[in-house]
Design a protein around this ligand. Sequence first.
Ligand code: GAP
Length: 565
Amino acid sequence: MAKIDMAKFAAFCKDNGFIFQSSEIYGGINGFWDYGPLGVELKRNIKDAWWLDMVRNPPPGPDGQEIRMVGLDCSIIMNPKVWVASGHVGAFADPTRKCSGCGKFTRADQLWAILAESEWMNSLIQEFTPVTGKYDTHRLMKWAKGKGPKLAPNLALVRNPEVTLAWLATRVNGQPDAPPTLQEFTHYIATEQLHQTGLQEPCPACGAPLGEAKQMSLMFESHAGLEKSDDSKVYLRPETAQGIFANYRNVLNSTRLKLPFGIAQIGKAFRNEVTPRNFTFRSREFEQMEIEFFCRPEESMKWYEYWRDLRKKWYSTLGIQSSNLVPREQGKEELAFYSLGTTDIEYLFPFSDDPQELEGVAHRGDYDLTQHAKHSGKVDDLAYFDEELWNNDSQTMSTRSFKEWLKSNTTPEQIAKYKFVPHVIEPSAGADRFTLAVLCEAFTEEQVKDAKGNAETRTVMRFHPRLAPIKCAIFPLVNKEGMPEKAMTLYRQLKPHFNVAYDDKGAVGRRYRRMDEVGTPFCITIDGDTMKDDTVTIRERDSMAQRRIPISQVKDEVLKAISVG
Ligand code: GAP
């Protein structure tokens, strides 16, 4: 994918009402974002598409049978014991390093990626040639005394350039055949007292040496009730999944679902990310679209493969080019100890050379239900009894009562055929991450000719029609001769069915450009001929092709383009 300047892109998203910085009038707040008038439509369309395609109308399973799927909407704050059982209280943490100068925290495992984005590093790197390891001492000195104090006031190179450059020279002279890599160079220019401290790693914000890595919890804490004590401590959920596990028995009892079946939820999640970055990609508040699919253990691999393949395909059907989508099967060393397989569906975002996670499809075994059984003591509630199978098999047994049968010499393996903890396949997607991917994928700048034949740059958001925030725009060609009234009548007829815009300002060419820029797939113009024969011009966003159709067909044309399949 072509690189996009993310700062420019964020400005474009702001100008067009897709995404705003949260609380911008107060200087913003790191890791929090708001969706503007068009962004909210886009994200809603994404969540609606997911709900329709995964919950109400998923394709048949591998056996050709209908998929059973129901939804939930759980509270964000749950009993804190949920998060002890799930392991989040004890272990949901990232390795983090504190800066000895400015006190800011940086995620230890992403240090080099974060440094590569830092302003001072991007400026300083101009003075170093990564392939040959060459640098110019005079230029480095000039940088240390010129730009350095403003960009990286605590960097050793800035605070004590003579000593720092002397260490670097010793290294280069000591191994003339092995020039320093960029990482080594960075270590040296961050180090003042080499013998006392060893080589240092610099803070991406100010350049001072970073401290040791420590695990820092990502859980946002609050208190329920007026008393602020350990007993009233609660957490904002870091994932929607646990609400599903905690309600597994309620769903079973209230729906009488039989295995295999899924429970889905869309909702907010909160993580106190150490280094929120890359626009909305890593935020502290975001929305997840999660499914927990429960099945018999011996069928779990089949279902894992089914969900992995289906989820990747879903992104392509919504306009993501398959060349930008990379499913990555996690290696054994990466897998959680209970997982029998996990695939990250990654997307080549334009801010990174490597694909980044959009969604994880994880085989979680029986880990979650077993943990909740252990911590809540509700062992029976979190197991599954295959009544149908028992009723069938017990016809030829000495007893039809399962309880009676348990009293005979039954082995754990025999019991597990009828009563067991289901295995779980979890496709867990980020609504905001996918919204960002859709925005990046749609963004196109192309050269076209204007009405006078002059070349101009057209910015067009090539959204899939199902996701486009505005589906269709209605233009009266001129604001007279009955055209505005006719256009307004059409607008009113269409707006109960999909999101429509009405625009009567400026030349039609400019109105087209405005609609291209926000990704509206169709523009309808009411002109002189409409007044005579009730036909309109329909103009398609991507091809810019125009044709005439009866005004009565507009609704169906648009509905056809935005409907499923
Ligand atoms: N229940 C499993 C789970 O939460 P995860 O991989 O931690 O798994 C699932 O999160 C998805 O949630 C990710 O693939 C991503 O799309 C989204 N996500 C996670 N952290 C995020 C963050 N800080 N900002 C935006 N989206 C995030």
